[in-house]
Design a binder for this molecule. Structure first.
Ligand code: ATP
Ligand code: MG
Length: 403
């Protein structure tokens, strides 16, 4: 009797390249995959093993395969994924799957080809023979309704003969790519309510960083709803990052002191330098070795080379690199990613940000460092930072608590 099962194949991405670290990368990837599967299928309700740069998942509840597949599309480190039929390594069984399971779905395509991969070299047929027999089987099953096109097929039917079973599936879907979260260390994302910073966090998480966030509020000039919006953005980002601690610091006292004492054209620059000082403090407290921002060159007055230099100076004093993955992107490119990751609709909700409170009419775009220092000298920087840091509160967000 043919015994076939629905399962999921997950293909590793870039981590194949990682030589000696490969095992560590694989473990991180498997634990990300397990976290998702535990959520959607329930702990212990699936079989998982990995071999030859592929993770094989067989859910006990066969009706949940598509749900699990959907959930795994946002796991970094996966280059491709697909649902497959698993059967015995027997040509009779393979043909039965092709006839009963693959051929009904083939009508949706304009043309097809078959591809065979045979990692078990003891299998009696060669790859070419498997391909030809599979093609014939599908042509017969569909009464030649779907033509074969080996050059530019609309869809490819893949037959993989692996160590214990055969797997049959259509083309793979593209995975989230990048590297497993946590394999490139940790970073502090300065998370505003805007479009850019969630995208910046996503980009660095995709490179394998574990993300913690820092949001600055300016209550009562910014509202409770503005804070909620930022927490919602963090929740949405957790589809990719799994979890995120969001630290929140109040800038109200600092902003009022700047407004009271400094020249208006320097407000934003001085404020941003305070943000960096506080971010560096959070990095030290939380052992985070890098800062991430959503800045893009020339987007606003505080994102000119001179302005970025003046904030970088603070990060450098603290020996912390600032990663700005959006620096060379146009707004519309950033928006494309923002839509793709699902943060756009929340980002455009019209709540105020602390940067938009007390915005100068004519901000300095080409600041003179000496002038900035002169203006800052009018403030008790250490005391203001200490007080602001005391306002720190945090929220731990986990993806699964939202769903
Ligand atoms: P975004 O769309 O990310 O808000 P923006 O175009 O509004 O960016 P700015 O307001 O100048 O640009 O902010 C530049 C970067 O500074 C943001 O991407 C973010 O990393 C950081 N930032 C700005 N406001 C805040 C805030 N209230 N809390 C934390 N970080 C902030
Ligand atoms: Mg902003």
């Amino acid at each position: 009797m043919t015994d076939y099962k629905r399962c999921i194949l997950l293909k590793y991405g870039e981590l194949i390249l990682k030589g000696q670290n490969k095992r560590y990368f694989e473990e991180r990837l498997r634990s990300s995959v397990r976290r998702r599967l535990d959520h959607v299928l329930g702990e212990g309700n699936y079989d998982l093993y990995s071999m030859q740069s592929t993770v094989f998942v067989t859910p006990a509840d066969q009706d949940l395969v598509e749900d699990a597949l959907e959930e795994l599309k946002t796991v970094f480190g996966l280059a491709g994924l697909c649902a497959a039929w698993r059967c015995e390594k027997d040509m009779g069984d393979i043909k039965k799957v092709l006839t009963e399971k693959i051929s009904p779905e083939l009508y949706a395509y304009k043309s097809f080809k078959c591809e065979a991969k045979r990692s078990d070299k003891d299998f009696p047929l060669t790859s070419l023979e498997i391909m030809l027999e599979a093609g014939d089987t599908l042509c017969i099953a569909t009464d030649d309704a779907v033509p074969v096109d080996v050059r530019e097929p609309d869809v490819t039917v893949v037959i993989e003969i692996r160590d214990t079973h055969a797997y049959i599936h259509f083309d793979k879907l593209k995975g989230a790519g990048g590297m497993p979260v946590g394999t490139s260390g940790r970073g502090l994302l300065l998370l505003s309510g805007g479009i850019d910073s969630p995208v910046a966090g996503y980009m660095m998480a995709r490179r394998g960083m574990e993300i913690e966030a820092l949001h600055f509020e300016s209550y009562p000039y910014t509202s409770e709803r503005a804070k909620e919006k930022v927490l919602e953005l963090a929740r949405l980002m957790c589809r990719y990052t799994d979890k995120m601690r969001v630290n929140i610091i109040s800038l109200t006292e600092i902003q009022l002191a700047i407004k009271e004492n400094c020249k208006e054209e320097y407000f934003t620059l001085i404020l941003r330098r305070f943000m960096m000082r506080l971010a560096a403090k959070v990095c030290r407290r939380r052992s985070l070795p890098a800062i991430i921002t959503g800045e893009s060159l020339g987007q606003v007055a505080s994102q000119t080379i001179g302005a970025l230099c003046s904030t970088d100076a603070i990060a450098q004093e603290n020996h912390i690199p600032v990663f700005r993955p959006c620096i060379g992107q146009d707004k519309d490119e950033i928006v494309v990613t923002s839509r793709k990751i699902g943060t756009f609709d929340t980002s455009i909700l019209p709540y105020e940000d602390c940067c938009t409170v007390f915005t100068p009419k004519h901000p300095k775009t080409n600041p003179d460092m000496e002038k900035i220092l002169e203006e800052e000298a009018k403030l008790d920087i250490d005391l203001l930072c200490k007080n602001a840091f005391e306002s720190l509160e945090y929220v731990n967000i986990k993806y699964y608590e939202n769903t």
